[in-house]
Design a binder for this molecule. Structure first.
Ligand code: ADP
Length: 271
């Protein structure tokens, strides 16, 4: 199945278009197999996906459906066994490891469940870290700008340990935004947060898409989180098993329950 992320209309005042118009993510026939022969696990069974810039896509699926493998392959953290991945128009399939590392630092943003901030660095230094690692100059004005965008203008000099979980995740979002990436990949970004704080973090991602033109791909098991996306894609046994546009948490949860019971029934039948 070929799926295309729908593009939500952006506001007229778009101060910071990120990159050129077009496609942010293109996966073609992506497969990922672990092991060989009889014991091989087909974690991804042929993924075709096209996501436009300025879209917010959630990927859901039962445990073991391939969500992590999908994210790793789509973000250049793992190599597909077959197929191709293009990010921001750049073919990453076959890139050398150092080229991939450079691309991840300069053109992708990452937000993880565990925040992944460096405790010994200040908030500002954490935000500037991807640019520093990419060998770019330390742009303190840009750091101040993205910290203001996530509501942490007054926290630049603090250390992560002095902030709440929600504030730390907002720092991670600022870090993901700082280089105006082609895509932000978020892996269960609200998994460690209470529901109120989670909603604040998700509204920030939503805001980044709607007003800054960012592109977000988020893996989550939480229907309430997925409901912030333009589109929810459901993975089952390593392939996309449908999508839902702008679904409510209840509709998303119902679709997930249906999918989980169907894949459970298939697994029981195969056993
Ligand atoms: P999810 O994130 O949806 O829980 P994963 O992408 O982690 O799913 O896993 C998909 C399938 O691939 C599962 O059957 C899992 O056991 C298998 N798998 C994942 N990583 C490995 C690995 N390193 N070696 C072998 N099998 C793996």
């Amino acid at each position: 199945m070929r799926l295309r992320g729908n593009k939500r209309r952006k506001t007229d005042d778009q101060p910071e278009p990120q990159g050129t118009p077009g496609l942010a993510v293109e996966l073609c026939g992506v497969r990922r197999q672990y092991g060989r022969g009889k014991g091989a696990v087909h974690a991804l069974g042929g993924i075709d996906l096209v996501l436009s810039r300025g879209t917010f896509t959630a990927v859901m699926g039962p445990s073991g459906s391939g969500k992590s493998t999908f994210l790793q392959c789509a973000a250049g953290l793992d190599r597909p066994s077959a197929g191709s991945v293009r990010l921001g128009g750049t073919e990453i399939t076959g890139m050398r490891e150092n080229q991939l590392t450079e691309l991840r630092r300069s053109r992708l943003g990452f937000v993880f469940q565990a925040f992944n901030l460096l405790p010994s660095l200040t908030v500002e230094e954490n935000v500037l870290l991807p640019m520093r690692l990419a060998g770019q100059r330390r742009d303190r004005r840009r750091a101040a700008q993205v910290l203001a965008q996530v509501g942490l203008a007054d926290k630049a000099g603090r250390r992560p340990g002095e902030l709440s979980g929600g504030q730390q995740q907002r720092v991670a979002i600022a870090r993901a935004l700082v280089a105006r990436p082609d895509v932000i990949f978020a892996d269960e970004p609200t998994g460690a947060l209470d529901s109120t704080t989670a909603a604040e973090v998700l509204s920030l991602l939503r805001h980044a898409v709607d007003t800054l033109g960012a592109t977000v791909v988020m893996v989550t098991h939480d229907p309430a989180a997925a409901a912030w996306a333009d589109r929810v894609l459901f993975l089952a046994d390593g392939v996309f098993a449908g999508g839902l546009d702008c679904g409510s948490p209840e509709r998303i949860a119902a679709r997930m329950a249906d999918l989980t019971s169907r894949t459970g029934a298939m697994a029981r039948a195969a056993a």
